[in-house]
Design a protein around this ligand. Structure first.
Ligand code: PLP
Length: 360
């Protein structure tokens, strides 16, 4: 039987099993010691003062916005090309997402467009480090400072990627990561917020735990909900953190092998990617007709995934404007098999099939 190569598979092993067993055997499975340990490791990894883990990376964005004081009547600037969780998290807070187009070079928001869309209601700019790439963060930070607007990074796809040697997620007031199944490391579901600001951190804690700062009290001095983690998931996270550095390195290698193997094929475009900074979460290419290539690969047992729809073409956001670069990315992008356990020979198999497709 032909081996199926999925576009993405989680990679869970004995280490996760052992960590989870430890938690189960302790009898305490809600958010406690293992969660604290996972949070400390995240904070330490990105060099942030505080980290807080929550149920998922969509909720973590909404919590970040709430902590920054965003609510009804406010505007939050987001790119039109992203996973739909980005604008939906804005809607969740009652604020209005304001879309900007992306730059073709990075697939990240266009900063000149951000500048044009700022109004007196703009409270936050939420850039998305799509596939580990980032726009000119110096320029974005400068713009936000100048206009007195807060910066919340959706770094769901960029845990472990840097821009000018600084971890993505640490440029603004708050950074948000996701640990859903396809992300660099996974806990099945999960998200994290990082910040250097004690006040913001305490707001985050209150929002995720019924409005109290201290678990052992009934002192609910703010409105809060329940977005807490569990130690079972944290146990998986602790084991995954041990694999993070190798995985980031392997993702870079995968990208380089793909690039080399597909070199010179007319009709395939790679984005210029600085692998000293970017650890691509997925292997992304731009082609004339991604649907056709996807169907061909599917018949060969190879999984791939089309890029996200441009947000303004989805039903809930249909009337929001015109975004040519976002549309271009969405119409031409394809994600190739990207699991970090793939071997070079797996990739060569995929690439020679793609070469056959283009050169037949
Ligand atoms: C995955 C992802 C999210 C949402 O994270 P979940 O943990 O799946 O809720 C948000 N933004 C971006 C850019 C993502 O890739």
């Amino acid at each position: 039987m032909k081996r199926i190569i999925h576009q993405m598979e989680p990679w869970i092993g004995k280490e996760e099993e052992q960590e989870v067993l430890k938690v189960l055997r302790s009898g305490w499975i809600t958010e406690a010691e293992a969660t604290k340990k996972f949070e400390n490791e995240i904070a330490k990894f990105v060099g942030s003062r505080y980290a807080s883990v929550v149920t998922n990376g969509t909720v973590s964005l909404a919590i970040g916005l709430w902590a920054l004081g965003v609510g009804a009547g406010d505007e939050v600037i987001v790119p039109d090309f992203t996973m739909v969780a980005t604008p939906n998290s804005v809607v969740m807070t009652g604020a209005k997402p304001v879309f900007v187009d992306i730059e073709k070079e990075t697939l990240c928001l266009n900063i000149s467009d951000v500048e044009k869309k700022i109004t007196s209601r703009t409270r936050v700019v939420m850039p998305v480090a799509l596939n580990g790439r980032a726009p000119d963060m110096d320029r974005l930070v400068r713009l936000c400072r100048k206009k007195n607007i807060q910066l919340l990074e959706d770094a769901a796809q960029a845990f472990g990627s840097t821009w000018k040697n600084q971890w993505l997620g640490t440029f603004g007031e708050i950074g948000s990561y996701s640990f859903s199944t396809p992300k660099v490391i996974t806990t099945g579901q999960g998200g994290a917020l990082v910040t250097n600001d004690k006040k913001l951190y305490e707001k985050i804690i209150r929002i995720k735990d019924f409005g109290r700062l201290n678990r052992n009290t009934q002192d609910h001095d703010a409105i809060g909900y329940n977005f807490k983690f569990t130690d079972i998931l944290a146990a998986v996270g602790i084991a995954q953190m041990k694999k993070l550095s190798n995985r980031l390195k392997r993702k870079k290698e995968l990208f380089a092998v793909y690039q080399k193997e597909l070199e010179g094929i007319k009709g395939i475009q790679f984005l210029a990617t600085d692998l000293s900074q970017v650890s691509p979460w997925f292997i992304d290419i731009l082609v004339d007709d991604p649907k056709a290539l996807q169907s061909y690969l599917r018949l060969e047992g190879i999984g791939s995934r089309e890029f996200y729809p441009a947000i303004h073409t989805t039903e809930p956001y249909r009337h929001f404007g015109v975004f040519p670069n976002s549309r271009w990315a969405s119409d031409h992008g394809l994600w190739l098999p990207s699991s970090s356990f793939l071997t070079d020979s797996d990739i060569m198999t995929v690439c020679s099939l793609i070469r056959n497709y283009y050169e037949r």
